[in-house]
Unconditional design. Sequence first.
Length: 252
Amino acid sequence: MTGRVLITAGASGIGRAMGEGFAAAGYDVWITDVDTGALEQVPANWRSFAVDVTDEPAMQAVFAEVDAAGGLDVLCANAGVAGPTALIEDVALAEWRRCVSVNLEGAFLAAKYAAPIMKAAGRGSIVVTSSTAGQFGYPNRAPYAAAKWAVIGLMKTLAMELGPHGIRANVVCPGAVEGPRMEGVLEREAAAKGMTRDQVYAGYASGTSMRSFVEASDIANMAVFLGSDAARMVSGQVIAVDGHTENPDPKV
């Protein structure tokens, strides 16, 4: 084994692709997820936990098991939810809090309990999943954009705080990623803006210089690189894997 990786929200989508990528690179894969059905479908040799990343005692227990098993080389703080698609005046406080809690507090808790394990080893890599919504203003997505900007600030702080202990921290910003989660975003934005799903899709694609959505495996490949020794001097960086997003607000 190359090492051990823990991926939050690792049972499907980007997290599942990350698990597959790290497994192919020889890592021992541990994952958490709230989707028990998806957890049942992951490879049998992955260690999995049905955990909500905002549940601190449960997260603490997972990391205690990781530590007892021999440590942690890479953390992928990947858990996130899309949150509501609505004008700011129509966003309920409960929706705001849930979106920010999962996206930001989930990353905070994962880093909080990974840091002591990595410090003891004198090395490690933390990869946080943000979004291109963490680089631009994003109409109708205030909670999500705010949380994804915030995790970049968290990562920049982790890079400075943990760097002297040999621990690197970076953020990956996916653009529009093919898959069920993005389909839900497309449908909600279409309804909110009086557009068709295909119009919104075309708007997202035309807002990139590559004129294309990305695949979950593209994000996973970057995470594996950032976790590896090949990226030993890469820290504190915000790396977009998005085909170069120029206009995050879909228009036709």
